[in-house]
Structures are given as structure tokens and as C-alpha cells.
Write a protein that binds this ligand. Sequence first.
Ligand code: IPE
Ligand code: IPE
Ligand code: MG
Length: 227
Amino acid sequence: MSIPQHVAIIMDGNGRWAKQQGKERTHGHYHGAINIRNIAIKAHQMGVKVLTLFAFSTENWKRPENEVSFIMDLPRVFLNQYLQELLDNQICIEFIGEWEKLPASTVKICADLLEKTKHNQGLKLVLALNYGSKAEIVHAVNEFISHHPHMLIDEETLEAHLYTSHLPAVDLCIRTSGEKRLSNFLLWQLAYSELVFCPLHWPEFTQQDFENTLKEYESRHRRYGGL
Ligand code: IPE
Ligand code: IPE
Ligand code: MG
């Protein structure tokens, strides 16, 4: 089986899933966070090298305050429940996006997750937190201009200034919940990725569904503009 090196997931549908169960949207976010553990472990077992998950967008601040603050507490829940398992499975956590601008208590937990898993040699689990792709590209260009005010930027240099510069190209991007859009996620990085839109909501997306999606990926023929 040809395994994608880098899989990205837009984990969508937490709120709708919870409503279907007759529960509050936050119930969906809790189960969504739990599911990160399941899918990360499966990805690791299948030999995926990098799993990048869209957890909170720069646009998600528009949501009601109680929902946002519930989400901001989820890294703590995740750390408390799964740190040992992350260590046992050699999973290394990283963040992309302006995560250092999140509430101080969230930043502290995220820094803890980073520090405690940084020597793990297995799957890199990259959480996009307070992430927006347009902001990322603008940030990259501004970084470049500030150091080279009289030069023109090229593709390679722009790429080298993105948050993902140290990661392999994204091979496969999955969006759950049936929505078929990118919602400002990895716009540059997905230029030649395979896309899979899955009707299931994120909390109900199982390890078997992940495996099925990888099989679908295997059946694709990537041409990159060639023949
Ligand atoms: C994805 O689920 C998680 C975040 C955006 C934080 P949603 O909260 O968007 O769930 P739906 O799309 O409203 O069902
Ligand atoms: C995208 O989902 C962001 C995350 C999954 C974190 P949204 O639910 O915010 O996207 P839209 O608003 O439906 O486009
Ligand atoms: Mg949504």
C-alpha cells in the first residue's frame, strides 16, 4: 500500500454531531478532541509521518464565548488524558498558527505538550491552532520583506517562510462533515494534494474510516500537471 507521508484533516462537524445526539455543541468538541487520539494512533500504526489537524481557525473567534473558552480548555483535557499514550507511541506534538496568542493558560499547556513530546521519534502530530492560511502567507511575505526589502520573493523562498517549511508536502487532505471547502486551511500547501470529502462528522470518524480513506488515496493517480 502506498502510504501518504503527510495527511491533513479539517476536523469538521463536531457541533452538528452533538446536536444530532440532542446535546450541546461543546459535547461534540469534547468527543472531537478524544477522537484526535484515535486517529493519531491509527495514522502512526499505518506509517504516516505527519498528521496535521485543523483544530481552531482565525475565523472561529466569531463563535459564542462559551464555545470558544470550552475549546481553549481542550488541550489541557488532552494532555491529562493522553500524555502517557503519546509518549508510549512516540508521537511528537507541534503547533502551527498563532497559538502563542491564545489565552495564557492554553499557551502554557500547549508549550508543555511541545516540551514533553519533543524527543519522540514517531508520528508528528501538528495541531493548527488559531491558524489561518491567508494570515500565514502574509506573515511569510512580510518576514521576507523585512530581511530583504529590495528583493522579489520566489516560490521556494515563500515556502521556506511558511509555518510548515520543515514538513513534507501534504499528500492527502480529508474534510469530514460533508462540507466541500477549505475554509482558509493550508491554501498554498494543498496545491497538489489529493482531497477527500467524507460525509461523517469528526467525532464519528473511526480508525476504519481513516484506513478506508488511505485506500481511496492509493487508488488516485497523481499527475502534477504531467501525463
Ligand atoms: C469543527 O466542528 C471544530 C471547530 C471548528 C472548532 P464545528 O464546530 O465546526 O462543527 P459544525 O460544523 O458546526 O457541525
Ligand atoms: C473549519 O471549520 C475550521 C476547523 C475545522 C477548525 P469551520 O466549521 O470553521 O468552517 P466553515 O465555517 O464551515 O467554513
Ligand atoms: Mg464547522
